[in-house]
Design a protein around this ligand. Structure first.
Ligand SMILES: NC(=O)c1ccc[n+]([C@@H]2O[C@H](COP(=O)([O-])OP(=O)(O)OC[C@H]3O[C@@H](n4cnc5c(N)ncnc54)[C@H](OP(=O)(O)O)[C@@H]3O)[C@@H](O)[C@H]2O)c1
Length: 308
């Protein structure tokens, strides 16, 4: 089981600080951190590449208090490849910004086709053996890439303990191979974007604005009719139940049998509240099934579908 230095377990939800120092100023970032802590969140996610370092710097300041009760994750090598120098130089900068001699989790931010995994895991093993990280994670890896990397990691006496794939009601590819692999291998899952970047708050159907109208990458990622339809259905159901679509979306993501620990985030404490409310939401099996029916269940990883 993954715990903080003082033995606190990973919370059922993770808090992501990608907006810290960007869409959320220092005061809003602090308000969200405090709300997340008050709700019992122990696991916080950042990355070298977020908001040009402001995310790591702000999180580092906030995490000083009760540092040993928290699990802090950052990520390396989004740009520049997973070569040894890029990982070690980038991580040294992350440590400075975070003001941490030890960071609990270091993820590779994405798979690098061009660098031998031996070089990458030699560098990660160096950090682990020096006590500068406690766990290795990988993000945006396919299942086969995780397993290939895990075999290489073993050569250096380390292992991948956590993965960070995308997952929400409208992005379900990870259910096919990634989640079952993680369960089988005893790897923790901290999936990102449980609200589909904000789509599943339902705000766009009523003419609202936000990341999907401001960021072309996210606009393209969610510019699909059936995804918008799913958000409308979720919003109608939330209205019937007297809750928020964001609460339903996060509670649904948490309820997958693989027991992922979704990474929630927002630009203000007010926005964050319905996502945090998922912690207390009673997601029954019937409701889970109903919500699951709002999107396409991805086909299994075999064409012998009559046997699946
Ligand atoms: N490994 C990776 O490659 C990767 C990629 C993405 C994220 N992540 C991690 O996962 C975390 C969460 O990802 P995410 O931000 O994409 O999660 P998300 O939950 O899908 O989207 C959060 C966004 O939805 C909007 N939103 C949230 N609550 C709202 C509300 N009540 N009303 C209206 N809009 C609301 C806000 O954006 P607007 O107000 O701007 O619309 C907010 O920033 C990140 O902080 C980061 O730590 C990792």
């Amino acid at each position: 089981m993954m715990t903080s230095l003082s033995g606190t377990p990973l919370s059922p939800l993770t808090f992501g600080t990608m907006q810290f120092g960007g869409r959320a100023d220092a005061a809003e970032s602090r308000a969200m951190f405090d709300a997340a802590r008050a709700a019992g969140i122990t696991h916080f996610d950042t990355a070298y590449v977020y908001t040009e370092g402001a995310s790591e710097t702000l999180l580092g300041e906030m995490a000083q208090k009760d540092r040993e009760g928290l699990i802090i994750a950052t990520k390396a090598a989004y740009n520049g490849g997973s070569g040894r120098d890029n990982i070690l130089t980038g991580f040294a900068t992350s440590q400075q910004r975070l003001q941490m001699d030890m960071v609990d989790i270091l993820y590779l931010h994405r798979f690098d086709d061009d660098t031998p995994l031996q070089e990458t895991f030699d560098a990660l093993a160096t950090l682990k053996h020096e006590g500068r990280i406690r766990h290795i994670g990988v993000s945006n890896f396919a299942a086969w890439q995780v397993m290939k990397a895990q075999a290489v990691a073993a050569q250096f006496d380390v292992r991948i303990d956590i993965i960070q794939p995308m997952h929400s009601l409208v992005k379900r590819q990870s259910e096919v191979e990634i989640f079952p692999m993680a369960v089988d291998q005893g790897i923790e899952i901290a999936p990102y974007s449980p609200l589909g970047g904000g789509l599943l708050t339902g705000k766009y159907a009523s003419g609202g604005t936000g990341r999907l109208t401001e960021d072309s990458r996210y606009a393209a990622r969610y510019n699909v009719d059936w995804m918008r339809d799913a958000a409308v259905k979720l919003t109608a159901l939330a209205s019937d139940l007297g809750t928020s679509p964001a609460t339903l979306a996060v509670a649904w993501a948490m309820a997958h049998p693989a027991r992922p620990r979704p990474i929630i985030s927002a630009r203000s404490a007010e926005q964050l509240a319905p996502s945090l409310a998922a912690l207390d939401f009673d997601m029954t099996a019937d409701l889970y099934e109903q919500i699951t029916g709002f999107s396409v269940t991805p086909p299994p990883a075999t064409d012998r579908i009559e046997e699946a």
